[in-house]
Design a protein. Structure first.
Length: 435
């Protein structure tokens, strides 16, 4: 706390002195400091009323005499002026004390910030080249893994297309096999029917042969009976119409039956030979077709087994690649989460630094506003004191020196605040570079 002593000499004042005191009181009442607004207002009202009293006292003076009440009023005005000046000096001292405390707080904050960045290391001196190398290596690995994954997916698609093609071929061959098997079944049924027909025809041939033998036997018996009748000794002459020649009739009947039998036999033999040749040809053709189909079925079965083995290998490869891809994605996701947490931490630190800078900026603006108002008040105060130098004497000179010293202290406090803001202004690009 600064103590300022002011010495004033009381003189008999005129109306001009009273008006000057009123001007000083109004200039003091026009200043508003946040710390002591009520004191300034009360002082202004009190001095203003005192000024009015002094003005009235000066009017009450006689032309050639001395008025005691006017002198007392002038003394009261000067006492009020002294109290006002002391109040101003006290307020200025409290402001300077506040400036010093803020400067000490700023110095403490600067020291803490400096220690923090000394511990963390300056942002400009940090070497991120190794991290960039790691990031570039990881990026290359991710790119290579992506390309490999794309190639694997392309191979999987090609394998799927080949499997679909083979499946289509297999289904086509299966349909052909089923068709051939159906044809073979039909041919077997036809063969069975032909065998039955052949057996029936053989039975018919045997029946006809038996019938032919029976007819031959009957014919022989009839011939024998006729011959025995013709060779008898009885000659019976009948006066009748001439009889037919039985031998001739029998020969004709025999010839007719033999012709019919031969014709029927030739027809049956021709039909049997024709049917046998046709069936033999069809059996040969169908046997060759069955053999060819069996060969094709064997080939298709071997091809199907090979495709199934290849499909199983492709499916196992696909499962292994999918597991590898999942592990790679999980690993890189964890790494990216770590990087994101570091970025979030740095962003939080940057936000804190920005908030601190904004708070310091607001404090600086407030102090600059107070400084400008105090400088205006001090300038007004100095002009009033300089205008009273012929009356005030040496005590006024002491007060002026005190005000100049206070102005220098204010300038030093403002420079300290500017240095603090300049330091935080340099910190912000470093934090941006870290981000």
């Amino acid at each position: 706390t600064h103590t300022h002593t002011h010495t004033h000499t009381f003189h008999k004042s005129s109306l001009t002195g009273v008006c000057r005191n009123q001007t000083l009181a109004h200039s003091v009442s026009g200043f508003s400091l946040r710390s002591t607004p009520r004191i300034a207002a009360s002082s202004a009202r009190f001095v203003s009323s005192s000024g009015g009293m002094g003005f009235g006292g000066s009017l009450g003076m006689g032309g050639g005499g001395f008025d005691l009440s006017g002198a007392l009023d002038q003394g009261t005005v000067r006492l009020n002026e002294k109290a006002t000046m002391q109040n101003l000096n006290d307020r200025l001292a409290s402001y300077l004390e506040k400036v010093r405390s803020l400067e000490a707080a700023n110095a403490k904050l600067e020291k803490q910030i400096r220690e923090y960045y000394e511990k963390k290391g300056p942002a400009a001196e940090k070497d991120y080249s190794k991290y960039w190398d790691i990031i570039n290596g990881l990026r290359d690995k991710i790119h290579a893994a992506t390309m490999e994954n794309a190639n694997i997916l392309l191979q999987i698609d090609n394998s799927k297309l080949a499997a679909d093609d083979f499946r289509t071929k297999f289904e086509h061959e299966l349909m052909m096999r089923q068709s051939v098997e159906a044809d073979i079944a039909n041919l077997r049924r036809l063969l069975d029917q032909t065998t039955l027909t052949k057996a029936d025809l053989e039975m018919q041939i045997e029946g006809l042969q038996d019938e032919l033998a029976y007819l031959k036997k009957n014919h022989a018996e009839e011939l024998a009976a006729l011959r025995s009748q013709l060779t008898g000794n009885v000659n019976v002459e009948v006066d009748a119409a001439p009889q037919q020649d039985l031998n001739k009739v029998l020969e004709e009947i025999r010839a007719q039956y033999e012709a019919i039998t031969d014709k029927h036999r030739r027809d049956q033999e021709a039909w049997f030979n024709d049917k046998s040749a046709t069936l033999t040809k069809e059996i040969t053709i169908h046997t060759e077709t069955i053999q060819t189909s069996k060969t094709e079925i064997s080939d298709l079965r071997r091809t199907l087994q090979g495709l199934e083995i290849e499909l199983q290998s492709q499916l196992s490869m696909k499962g292994a690649l999918e597991n590898t891809l999942a592990e790679t994605e999980a690993r890189y996701s964890s790494m990216l989460a770590g990087f994101q947490s570091q970025i979030n931490m740095l962003e939080g630190e940057l936000a804190n630094v920005r908030a601190s800078i904004e708070q310091q900026g607001q404090d600086y603006k407030m102090l600059l506003d107070i400084k400008s108002r105090l400088e205006q008040e001090i300038a007004t105060y100095r002009s009033l004191l300089e205008s009273e130098e012929p009356i005030g004497g040496s005590s006024t000179t002491v007060t002026t020196t005190t005000v100049r010293t206070s102005s220098k202290e204010l300038q030093l406090a403002g420079q300290a605040v500017l240095r603090h803001m300049h330091t935080h202004t340099h910190i912000l690009p470093q934090v941006k570079a870290i981000k």
